[in-house]
Design a protein around this ligand. Structure first.
Ligand SMILES: Cc1cc2nc3c(=O)[nH]c(=O)nc-3n(C[C@H](O)[C@H](O)[C@H](O)COP(=O)(O)O)c2cc1C
Length: 398
């Protein structure tokens, strides 16, 4: 997988390159929506900086020929254990963004998860994705709508339901309020001025009819202002979601079931009891409870609690193939990425998502080799150097 020029000689060699291009090409309001954490952004920052505290052991004079990143998620083969996490409003980062991301993932051989709060509908993505995708559910107060969207996901042959548990109420991101985030953007003077420099984005949007939350508009009854994600969440999301409701949804779905947003060992045990085929150790990319521990720091306690009883996946903070390997070595069975592929989409559309996946795969392959391992399953705890205080000596009452 040689590094490829992205366009007219621009060489994209890292996720950071894609991020810089995303910032230049997407409207400010949507780049900021992607690149924010809640309140002080402490958890958002520590999601990435805590990965940096882990180091690899360099090993030499080992046969490293014939390497493989192949693995499985939910029993299905994957080119590497990295799924695309659900990301709301993706179709605002680039026109038809969800379709582009789903296609890039399918062609690369990794799973794609479509968010409830997507611009392209389940049906739009099903029509264009060459392979089945996963559907992420947010639980609304309107049970009829929840049941109907589960049926729609089933009809679209989605191969897993990912239920997100860490967003019954929305964490506050200052920039979204200050930017007046909506989809599509309202044509204020500041927005028009910004769009004047984002001609690629404007051109793309002019060529698609998919510019609102199409999973919701035309499906939910008596919908209020759907253009504002914040207003919709406050009005419609179910603050009464509990484990009994989780079990109801699992029974209603009946297929592969993933619980996303687990950060605590006790919740991990409850998730296993609720029948999760996989859990995602996640703090929503630092967008919800500011001051929560980073995902990678939360992982060891969860691994001790439920390893082997369900698949343990991790997201939040992954910006390189090395981060993926660190998560696996710390005990995760697989990972999900959010911003790492959103940057690619905002930078270069479908080709950018592919590029993001290629960058991660190349980083994983070379790192694995330099650690003296040939198979991704061999990236076990002993390839890492972990600071003694990594988990922290917290005085939590458990
Ligand atoms: C812009 C953005 C929108 C998101 N929207 C959703 C969503 O609709 N549903 C969901 O379950 N998680 C959502 N997430 C969280 C991601 O699924 C994932 O947990 C997070 O991005 C992982 O952190 P990372 O971005 O550091 O990789 C969103 C994340 C971002 C950055």
């Amino acid at each position: 997988m040689p590094a490829q020029p992205a366009r007219r000689g621009r060489l994209v060699t890292s996720i950071a390159d894609l991020k810089a291009l995303h910032q230049r090409r997407a409207p400010k309001m949507f780049f900021d929506y992607c690149e924010s954490g809640s309140w002080t952004e402490q958890t958002f920052r520590e999601n990435t900086s805590d990965f940096e505290r882990l180091r690899f052991r360099q090993r030499v004079a080992v046969d490293i020929s014939g390497r493989s990143l192949a693995s499985t998620m939910l029993g299905e083969p994957v080119a590497m254990p990295v799924a695309l996490a659900p990301v709301g409003s993706l179709g605002m980062q680039a026109a038809d963004g969800e379709i582009k991301a789903a296609r890039a993932a399918a062609r690369f051989g990794v799973p794609y998860t479509l968010s409830t709060m997507s611009i392209c509908s389940i049906e739009d993505v099903a029509e264009h994705s060459p392979t089945p995708f996963w559907f992420q559910l947010y639980v609304m107060q309107d049970t009829g709508f929840v049941d109907e969207i589960i049926e729609r996901a089933r009809a679209a042959k989605c191969s897993a339901l990912v239920l997100t548990l860490d967003l019954q109420i929305l964490g506050q991101r200052h920039k979204d309020l200050k930017n007046g985030l909506t989809a599509p953007p309202r044509p204020t003077p500041a927005v028009l001025l910004d769009l004047a420099t984002k001609w690629r984005w404007v051109w793309g949007m002019a060529g698609t009819k998919r510019r609102t939350f199409r999973n919701i508009v035309g499906h939910a009854k008596d919908v209020g202002d759907v253009s504002s994600l914040m207003a919709w969440t406050a009005e419609q999301f179910d603050p009464r979601l509990d484990w009994a409701k989780v079990e109801r949804i699992r029974a209603k779905w009946g297929g592969k079931f993933v619980l996303k947003g687990i950060l605590d060992a006790e919740d991990a045990r409850l998730a296993v009891k609720a029948g999760a085929d996989a859990i995602v150790v996640s703090n929503h990319g630092g967008r919800q409870l500011d001051g929560a521990l980073s995902s990678i720091r939360s992982l060891p306690a969860i691994v001790r609690a439920v390893k082997g009883e369900t698949e343990i996946w991790l997201d939040s903070g992954i910006r390189s193939g090395q981060d993926v390997l660190k998560a696996l070595a710390m005990g995760a069975d697989a990972t999900m990425i959010g911003r790492a592929y959103v940057y690619g989409l905002g930078a270069l559309g479908e080709a950018g998502v592919t590029r993001a996946l290629e960058v991660l795969a190349r980083e994983m392959d070379i790192t694995m080799a330099l650690c003296g391992r040939r198979r991704i399953q061999d990236m076990t705890r002993d390839v890492l150097l972990v600071p003694r205080d990594f988990e922290g000596d917290w005085a939590a009452q458990t």
